[in-house]
Design a protein around this ligand. Structure first.
Ligand code: AMP
Length: 216
């Protein structure tokens, strides 16, 4: 059983790296932001509650986030473990999480803010399956079309220069301290995320001692 948290500034590659790990090691991938995006897209009650907050780049309220994470983990469909992306994002969420779950490792994708803007503003997301693309480094085979499911590629509502300023401020103000809390409890692996996705993935596996059957 492997229980991992993946952290890093917007655009640091959390989604790409966790998808690669989940695929190879049969981990359940829990992406809090994607769950919220699903609610917004499907016009649910939760979607209506979070839409404006998300579009502005601010954090959604803790009660709602914790309820959602608890419900998701309570499904216990993670026979081989899970990797959680986008949670916890502040002190309170971290304390809640550490009270309820033991974590084996925290993967921290380290990327300077100067690189974030370039990456985030060129990001595209599949409206169908949520797969991440980047028009600079990770282009789809056909423009505007998802390689995996054929869905339409769209820009996230919060991938704007304006929302990014808020997201980075939220991150450094509220999420940076999370790392310190984890350092006391769990293993934190700081990985240089400025390199290409395959190199980053290889280093994550090496540092975590994960033996893969396929190459990264
Ligand atoms: P992400 O896809 O991780 O960048 O998340 C997109 C947005 O979803 C964030 O900017 C927040 O508005 C919201 N969100 C995701 N995870 C959390 C969380 N743990 N706490 C509060 N808000 C969150």
């Amino acid at each position: 059983m492997r229980k991992y948290v993946i952290m890093g500034v917007p655009g640091s590659g959390k989604s790409t790296q966790s998808a690669m790990l989940a695929r190879e090691f049969d981990l359940v991938r829990i992406t809090v932001g994607a769950i919220f995006r699903w609610h917004v897209k499907n016009h649910t009650k939760i979607g209506a509650q979070v839409r404006r907050v998300m579009a502005a780049g601010e954090l959604v309220g803790d009660d709602l986030v914790e309820k959602l994470v608890r419900e998701r983990l309570d499904q216990h469909d993670w026979n081989y473990g899970f990797i959680i992306d986008g949670f916890p994002r502040n002190r309170r969420q971290t304390e809640f999480f550490l009270e309820s779950y033991d974590i084996d490792a925290v993967i921290y994708l380290d990327l300077p803010d100067s690189e974030v803007r370039r990456r985030v503003l060129s990001r595209r997301l599949c409206a169908g399956c949520g797969m991440d693309y980047n028009l600079i480094e990770n282009r789809p085979k056909r423009e505007g079309v998802c390689d995996m499911c054929g869905g339409e590629l769209v820009t996230r509502e919060d991938d704007t220069a304006e929302a990014l300023v808020t997201r980075l401020r939220e991150y450094h103000g509220k999420t940076d301290p999370v790392l310190e809390l984890f350092r006391r409890k769990a293993y934190v692996y700081v990985i240089d995320a400025s390199r290409d996705p395959e190199t980053v993935q290889r280093e994550i596996r090496e540092r975590l001692g994960l033996l893969s059957t396929k190459s990264a």
